[in-house]
Write a protein that binds this ligand. Structure first.
Ligand code: PMP
Length: 436
């Protein structure tokens, strides 16, 4: 049954104002709701798995600030630790014991990195990791995959041209062609393209960067076999392998995708969950590689607010909870059960929809294909169905990220009741989307 649209009066008013202040009314593009129905919702507060907008509408939230909130909104342990630390000041631009504490928490529970550097965003982490790889290998080119996002650093705002192996074409105005020429782009899950790239650019590729769990252009799960092939090919060519774990880090397990697939990358980047909702990124590697960073090494990287105590406090509180026995098992089981129920409904109805999932990440793909492992596998037309579903779900109090290319996240705060309510809303919405 079609239900009326929720009120967006206050959100719409705020959006009109915001457009006079910010380009497109937002401080990050996807928030503008361009790919879905209606004006963006202005969020006023969050608690656990729920958020409330400026009109007082309540939603069960599956965006979780795009991934950081694995414990849900406004988790008491995180809030209290942040407030305690804030009593003593917010930033010193000098070392603090809190940085040691968070580093210790991470490094003593992660066998894939020996040293770490904290920065303030995922973009900064990736930008620094690329510079480190270039400085370490003394090579300039990098290779990325179509369908992976690594933040808005110039070198990575490139997309594939036509052909198996291409120099990147800039995907944003303002990125010099000369920068894009240093980035090679190939399709995911395509061994031939990768080998050809290494052939075409022998001894020139400093690093291959991949989201080992690509989750920014749908959920393009790779096979362990392909990821191992990538690892081996990099070793054979003296190229560093960078796992961009800004999403997968601390999400599919405390040690992220590296442990999930048991693959040792050369550098790993983190963000999102590591900051508990405050701006933090990080990159880590072996001590030998990390010691190429200044002040000991010759690769420069710095930051006024890097490792600031407030962000460190949030990270310490959040990661401590993730280390509790059974944390991930429970979260993953909950997600698997949720996805299974949707799959059963879809199968019974015969709808063309797949729900891809890993850990506590899920993605709705309006497709008949059994697997989707590269960007080309996605039919852009299928996004119209997502748009229709998003509208129905918002009206039923379920908040998904406002784009069909974005994944959803389940947090420890989602209750059985939340997931039951959400399933019912999804079933009703799908019946409307597929016009039953
Ligand atoms: N890498 C990946 C894999 C990401 O998902 C993102 C952000 N979604 C980034 C890098 C950039 O992180 P940030 O938005 O914190 O700069």
């Amino acid at each position: 049954m079609q239900i009326p649209d929720i009120s967006r009066t206050k959100s719409a008013e705020l959006y009109e104002k915001a457009k006079t202040y910010f380009p497109g009314g937002v401080n990050s593009p996807v928030r503008a709701f361009k790919s879905v129905y209606g004006t963006p919702l202005f969020i006023e507060k969050g608690d656990g798995s729920h958020i409330w907008d400026a009109d007082g509408n309540e939603f069960i939230d599956f965006c979780g600030s795009w991934g950081p909130l694995i414990l849900g909104h406004n988790r008491a342990s995180v809030r209290e630790k942040v407030m305690e630390v804030m009593q003593k000041g917010m930033s010193f631009g000098a070392p603090t014991a809190l940085e040691n504490e968070l580093a210790e928490l991470i490094l003593s529970n992660n066998k894939y990195i020996q040293k770490i550097r904290f920065v303030s965003s995922g973009t900064e982490a990736v930008m620094s990791a690329i510079r480190l790889a270039r400085g370490y290998t003394k090579r300039d080119k990098i290779l990325k995959f179509e369908g992976c996002y690594h933040g808005h650093t110039d070198a990575l705002l490139v997309k594939a041209g036509s052909g198996l192996v291409t120099f990147g074409e800039t995907s944003s105005a303002g990125v010099p062609k000369a920068f894009a020429d240093e980035t090679i782009v190939v399709a995911l899950n395509d061994k031939d393209a990768l080998l050809k790239a290494f052939d075409d650019f022998k001894d020139q590729i400093a690093a291959v960067i991949i989201e080992p769990i690509p989750a920014n252009n749908g959920l393009l799960l790779q096979t362990p076999e392909y990821l191992n092939f990538l690892r081996d090919t990099c070793i054979q060519n003296g190229t560093m392998l960078i796992f961009d774990e800004v999403i997968s880090g601390f999400r599919v397990g405390f040690e992220g995708a590296a442990a999930y697939y048991n693959i040792q990358p050369d550098i790993i980047t983190y963000g999102k969950i590591i900051g508990g909702g405050l701006p933090v990124g990080a990159y880590g590697a072996s001590a030998e590689v990390m010691d190429h960073i200044s002040p000991v090494g010759s690769v420069y990287q710095a930051g006024t607010l890097s490792g600031n105590p407030v962000a460190m406090a949030a990270g310490i509180a959040q990661l401590t909870e993730l280390l509790q026995p059974g944390f991930y098992e429970e979260l993953h089981d909950k997600t698997a059960g949720f996805v299974k129920a949707i799959e059963a409904f879809v199968a019974e109805r015969g709808y063309e929809l797949k729900v891809f999932t890993i850990g506590s990440i899920f993605w709705f793909a309006f497709t008949g294909k059994e697997t989707i492992s590269s960007a080309d596998d996605i039919d852009p037309q299928s996004m119209l169905k997502f748009k229709a579903m998003h509208r129905e779900l918002i009206n039923r109090g379920i908040y998904l990220g406002p784009s069909g290319y974005e994944v959803g996240f389940i947090s420890a705060a989602h209750t059985t009741a939340d997931l039951e309510t959400t399933k019912t809303a999804i079933f009703d919405s799908l019946d409307i989307v597929f016009e039953k």
